[in-house]
Design a protein around this ligand. Sequence first.
Ligand SMILES: C=CC1=C(C)c2cc3[nH]c(cc4nc(cc5[nH]c(cc1n2)c(C)c5CCC(=O)O)C(CCC(=O)O)=C4C)c(C)c3C=C
Ligand code: FE2
Length: 805
Amino acid sequence: MSSNGDEFAIVLEEGNFQKFRKCKRVWVHESQDAGQRQAKHRSPTTSLNRTTDLDDSNQLAANADKQQVQRIKAVFEKKNQKSAQVIAQLQKKLDAYQKKMHELEKHGAIQSHRPPREVLRDMGQGLKNVGGNIRDGISYVGGSVMSKPREFAHLIKNKFGSADNISQLSSERHHGGSATLPAAASQASMMAAAAAAAASVAGGGPQGAGQQKFSDDGSECSSVTSDSIGSLGNKLLLLRSASTAASKPKTGVVLINMGGPEKLEHVEDYLHKIMTDTDMIQFPAFIPQHRFGPWIAKRRAPKVAKKYEEIGGGSPILKWTRLQGKLLCDQLDKKSPESAPHKPYVAFRYVKPHTEDAFNELIEDGVEHAILFSQYPQYCCATTGSSFNEIYRHFRNNELPKNLKISVIDRWSTHPLLAKCFADNIRKELEKIPEKDRKDTIILFSAHSIPLKTVNRGDAYPSEIGATVHNVMHELNFEYPYQLVWQSKVGPVPFLGPMTDDAIKDYVTKGKTSFIVVPIAFVNEHIETLHELDIEYCKELAEELGIDQIKRCPAPNDHPLFIEAMADIVQKHLKSGVPVSKKFLHRCPHCINHTCGHSKTWYGRSHESHQDAYLDLNKKTRIIQDQVESLRENFDIVKSLQTEIHDLNVALQEERFRSERLEEQINDLTELHQNEVENLKQAMADMEEKVQYQSEERLRDIHEMLEHCQTKQQQYVTLEGLDNSNARALVVKLINVLLTVLQVVLLLVATGAGIIMPFLRTRLRILSTVIIVIGVAFVLRQWPEVQDIGSHMMRRLKDTLDPVQ
Ligand SMILES: C=CC1=C(C)c2cc3[nH]c(cc4nc(cc5[nH]c(cc1n2)c(C)c5CCC(=O)O)C(CCC(=O)O)=C4C)c(C)c3C=C
Ligand SMILES: [Fe+2]
């Protein structure tokens, strides 16, 4: 048996072998689950490795002893534990990310079913954009103003001549006249008409084809009369029908204006509110305004009501404002999707809908940002100031919701599109004037006057009016003579002049006969354009002065350039990120109005708080951006960890396979060994049996020989006995003696052999026996000398022991 075999013999020793099998079972069991999971991932290279592994394992198996097996087991166990830990950690991380992503999805940031990585990337990008937008204000999303509805409107205009005609056709249809109107077109007409209203430039809308000459008596004074108010009504009706189901508005555009009585019965209340508005009118200190104001309102009401009656029974301000708001928000929705949906709210100072109506609705709608958009292009303490003071008072008594951001557009007198709009309207009026008179036509920019006292306090109104006038004239290349004049003086106190009517009178006396009056301070038709300018000046004064060339330029109303101007103003405001202008927070140098002081402080604070909120939002956006970034990084880490896990699993799988092979080898060798041991045992048993059998054979042979001898002897005895009985007896006795002697000799030989055999079993014994025998023989041969030596030694010993003798 080889030395390797010896080592295996030790391993296979009953106790050790059991231990080895037990350890192996534990190890195999631990790695079994993972092995099953990974089995399908076995790569072709693994099978290649197997051969090498097999050799390794053969080698290993060949050299393995108990410690080696345990060491191998420990290494694999350690590896197994490590992988299990790594897998558990990664699983944990993965769970956390999945949870985060789930939360993000749940909170609406991700609403798609795209892969989370892509969603994360888009979200990150979106947040980046949001951040950018917030930093830059709300970014301008470019888009042509001449968008689809307007193109559609142009189409319709080409077909029907004017948007107004659509409603006409529509009513004709009701009377059976719609046979020629295609069904689809009739359905679309409602939508188209709304767009057409926005596109009613020259020839369309109230200023163009729909515009009517005021007087039946052939007066040239152009105006927007009750007929055109009716046309405005139709547009609004169509707009309303065309409006789609409203979604929750994000941005509310609050159109701030003074308003006018829509019905005659509202006139007194309207005047009452004006007369008691101390921002608008300040009675001398000795007159109690709250008493005297209503009294004047009551007295003045019939006269004012008559005027409203003459313009069609009420102020068109609300209708125009609603239309302007609708068109504005439509444009904003397209141009500024970041702040969409936009919804217009009307906040009038003296009639319904009041400030509180607008804000109640706006808050109920859940608007996030309310833009307080003054509809007075030029700031005046009596008008703009009064409305903003009213809003301040409203929020002094009512809580401003924390989630409602407010910002202010307080003036826009120099907006280029406003000037372009006025210039366009002026050009159109100029075209109506005979060419010979055109160059000499004086353009009279007429604005509502204000008391000189107000001017002297430092009200910006006159200078801002002047700025608009300058810009309009710049648009007209200053090609015409022009003059800024003032109208609508009320009460006995001195007002800013020259008055419009006085100016016309004096110009006429100076030989001027052609005028275009431009209402420069108000953006839609109202009593002062429709009555004071159209009736009192263009008609009555012209008659009185004997001239027929006083034309009136329409107010901006729904002029596309004006709507575009409004949209641009709002957009730029959003983009600027400036909630309130410095100028607005700055009081007039001689302001005596305490409300102005409180109001501006309030706007300033709310501005600050919004600025804070804005900064806060910015900060939060940045934090979210950072989080998205780190999430993205973590995502990458998870990805690489997943790859690592996969690699580890593959390696683990290979190790497991290798160990399996090793185990198989060990099993095979164990079996081989057992077989060998069995064979050896068998061989030994066989040998034993053979020896036994051979010795029995020998004995039998001896017995047979003895029996044969005896038989021979008896034969001899029988043969010879016949001759001589005495001799025969002697021979028998002799043979018996011989046999006995032989037996004794044999016995002696056997005994001797029995005695001698132990001495001859090993070489050493044989050697020592030979030496002893030779020694004894030598002693016996030299016996006398040995005796002498013995007696001599005895003597010497006695002498040594007894020194006295
Ligand atoms: C920008 C325009 C206006 C300024 C500035 C303005 C100042 C101002 N007004 C009054 C007194 C009255 N105004 C009245 C009506 C009225 N005022 C404006 C515009 C401005 N007023 C308009 C557009 C209207 C008419 C609205 C409508 O119904 O269509 C009235 C009531 C009518 C009347 O009694 O004649 C009064 C009164 C003052 C004292 C003032 C400046 C301090
Ligand atoms: Fe006024």
